[in-house]
Write a protein that binds this ligand. Structure first.
Ligand code: FES
Length: 81
């Protein structure tokens, strides 16, 4: 989420600034990256559950903290309108 906002990329609104309260940072994350990020919290799962278009690959990008990952990570941005 931060990388998107800082680089003025379209699609990530991030109304709550990353506090896991708005879900306007919805992305689809391929399972191949599952080992890089922590499992979603109950709070994140609850928000995603009510999103239109959510799938098993849905994540809130503000909760995807990139640590020392040394490989490219691709996400698909969901429609946040
Ligand atoms: S920026 Fe609001 S939930 Fe991610």
């Amino acid at each position: 989420m931060s990388a998107s906002i800082e680089n003025n990329l379209p699609g990530i609104v991030a109304e709550c600034g990353g506090s896991c309260a708005c879900a306007t940072c919805h992305v689809y994350l391929s399972p191949e990256y599952g080992d890089i990020f922590a499992e979603p919290t109950e709070e994140e799962v609850d928000l995603i559950e009510y999103l239109e278009g959510s799938t098993g690959e849905s994540r809130l990008s503000c909760q995807l903290i990139v640590g020392d990952a040394d490989r490219e990570i691709h996400v698909r941005v969901a429609d946040s309108r």
